[in-house]
Design a protein. Structure first.
Length: 632
């Protein structure tokens, strides 16, 4: 397998063909950049495994179909300017009796050399495909092909290097077993409904999987984490496993779906508890392939794939006999993506696929910030957020989501006012232009969409809105997304046509202050006003003790009309609020009362406990921080 970065396509388009056992996948990739943006992808439904003759040969008519398909792929590659084409073959080509003749005919027809992966190479490349789909991961990995299944472990933590100099760790003794979806379907068909034979096959698979988990030599750090979590994290790739993922999305009885179809039908980064996957597998492991083919109607499940669901489910139930699985992540990564990842330079691999993908998309739009602009905006936005929320170990990874949100903050500015929040919300979701993003989980997609929605006010007329909000985590994470989005709304309002320079020139500062510092200042201020309050007989509520962080917004008196204009000034006042201990030291809009007509109460939907989250003004309802507005 060629991983030499010399003589690689670099910034030019290149093509990769994965000649798998159950189908042939082709992709043209724009360039060797971390997000591996595909210009075109397609799949040819040709099964080399199912069509083998009794002697083990690939039939002539199948070879003709493959060559005709490759001629089409070659035309597409030439049209895209992709002069480099990598043709990768796996299990079915490896075991075919006429493999050499097959490879020779391909070379004669299109001039492509077949790179035939060994079992260990296939397992390693499959692991790379999973690694390339995520920003950070550590757990077990399984890739289900048509003829075989690969078992490995994968560890990649950004910035961490391992003893061999690689940026990730996988097993040097990864295991390939002959239980691919097509192969296992055939084995089950040979049982002909005999329960004893099925039980014997199940026992055989369990024994092989148990031995495989020993052979891959799972590192102590993964075993220790599994002990804490109550099971391993498992990353699944391959069409058969992805089909089970789509099945779980459609299963409204699963607890995480809340009696609804799952709201983000993107398989990469999708995650479910291990127990939910086992529930789905048990439901279909004994089903009739013919019955599922004729009756099953689920998104992304073809009739041919439906026929393999029982075999895939059979395999999953055997796996759960061997290992405790805490959580499952699904990946679109496989051999094709693994080859692409192996071609990346070390520098490119260390980049964040989320940020690289977002930046590439944003820079293709007519209105976008430069990296220098994002740095300025990020400085101000991060200054308004308590540091514990920016820690890489925080539940919500704002340290990655903030720069992504800033690049996308103005993308929907061209839309009508009532559509901006909705368009921004959907940017990273299934119907948006960033649905292809790698390196982002579904919870992070939901959080990014929510932040962008609140950057435009947060009014979303979408029936899936509440279901997507739940994916961000608990109520605290949802409120944090709202707070960040509201701060973004204000900082972009200062100078909407030049937000970074305008904000810098305005002199506006955000600062998270120590709670004790604020309480002393607030108490001194209250003591000075005590006499006046008593004279006017106005009761005053004093509340100095708090666990909430305090964010001070400082605006120069000389800020000028870009801030003093009523519309912008009111946005700052609404952000700070004007009730109780969340308020302004000095209002920006003379004569404005606390009950402004723009501060009407809106229903923000059911919270996770079934109650209502009431929206009034801006962050005064969030309870995350106390915000104080000050003019100096």
């Amino acid at each position: 397998m060629d991983t030499d970065t010399e003589n690689q396509p670099g910034s030019k388009p290149f093509a990769v063909v994965d000649m798998g056992s159950n189908g042939i996948r082709f992709a043209i990739v724009n360039s060797l950049s971390r997000h591996l943006d595909a210009l075109w992808e397609e799949r040819a439904p040709i099964s080399l495994f199912d069509t083998r003759t009794h002697s083990g040969d690939i039939p002539e008519h199948i070879i003709d179909q493959v060559i005709t398909t490759f001629k089409r792929f070659k035309i597409l590659a030439d049209e895209a300017g992709a002069t480099t084409v990598r043709l990768i073959a796996t299990e079915a080509t490896r075991i075919a009796k006429n493999s050499e003749e097959f490879q020779r005919k391909i070379m004669e027809a299109v001039g492509w050399t077949v790179e035939l992966l060994s079992k260990s190479q296939e397992a390693e490349v499959s692991a790379m495909g999973v690694i390339g789909s995520f920003h950070s991961l550590q757990g077990l990995a399984m890739d289900l092909g048509g003829g075989s299944i690969e078992l490995n472990y994968v560890i990649r933590i950004p910035g961490e290097e391992f003893d061999d100099g690689r940026d990730f760790l996988s097993s040097p003794s990864a295991v390939s077993l002959p239980y691919g979806a097509a192969a296992l379907k055939k084995r089950l068909a040979e049982c002909n409904g005999d329960s004893k034979k099925r039980d014997e096959l199940f026992t055989e698979i369990v024994a092989q999987l148990k031995q495989a988990t020993q052979d891959v030599q799972i590192p102590a750090r993964l075993q220790a984490q599994a002990s804490i979590d109550g099971g391993y994290t498992l990353y699944l790739s391959g069409g058969g496993f992805r089909a089970l993922g789509y099945m779980s999305m459609a299963d409204t009885s699963l607890p995480q779906n809340h009696y609804q179809t799952y709201p983000i039908p993107i398989i990469n980064g999708y995650s479910i508890p291990g127990a939910d996957l086992l529930t789905v597998a048990r439901k279909y492991r004994d089903a009739s392939p013919h019955q599922l083919t004729s009756q099953l109607r689920i998104f992304r499940i073809s009739k041919r794939r439906a026929a393999m669901i029982p075999a895939c489910s059979f395999l999953v139930t055997a796996l759960f006999e061997c290992l405790h699985i805490h959580r499952v992540f699904f990946s679109e990564g496989g051999v094709r993506q693994g080859i692409c990842y192996s071609m990346l330079s070390p520098t490119e691999r260390n980049k964040d696929p989320l940020l690289e993908g977002v930046r590439a998309y944003a820079c293709s739009q007519p209105r976008h910030p430069t990296p220098a602009d994002v740095d300025i905006l990020h400085h101000h936005l991060a200054s308004a957020i308590p540091s514990n929320y920016l820690n890489p170990t925080a539940n919500l990874p704002l340290y990655r989501l903030l720069p992504a949100a800033l690049y996308l903050a103005d993308i929907s500015a061209q839309y009508p006012k009532e559509s901006r929040a909705n368009a921004a919300f959907h940017l990273p979701l299934a119907g948006g232009p960033l649905g292809h993003l790698r390196g982002i989980t579904h919870g992070e997609r939901a959080a990014l969409g929510l932040i962008l929605a609140y950057r435009w006010g947060g009014d979303i007329p979408d029936p899936t809105y509440q279901a997507i909000k739940r994916l961000t985590g608990g109520k605290h994470e949802r409120k944090l997304c709202e707070f960040v989005g509201k701060v973004m709304e204000v900082i972009f309002a200062v100078a909407p046509l030049r937000p970074a320079e305008g904000l810098k020139e305005s002199g506006i500062e955000f600062r998270v202050v120590e709670t004790e510092e604020f309480e002393v200042n607030a108490k001194e201020k209250d003591e000075k006003k005590d006499k006046k309050d008593k004279k006017d007989k106005k009761p005053k509520r004093k509340k100095y003790g708090t666990e909430k962080p305090v964010v001070m917004i400082t605006i120069p008196r000389s800020a000028g009309p870009m801030i003093d204009a009523v519309g912008v000034a009111r946005m700052f006042e609404k952000l700070a609020g004007s009730e109780g201990d969340v308020g302004t030291e000095e209002g920006l809009v003379p004569g404005r009362g606390t009950d402004d007509e723009d501060d009407d109460v809106a229903d923000d939907g059911d919270d996770e406990d079934g109650g209502k989250e009431k929206v009034k003004g801006a962050d005064r309802k969030s309870g995350l921080v106390r915000m104080i507005l000050r003019r100096v």
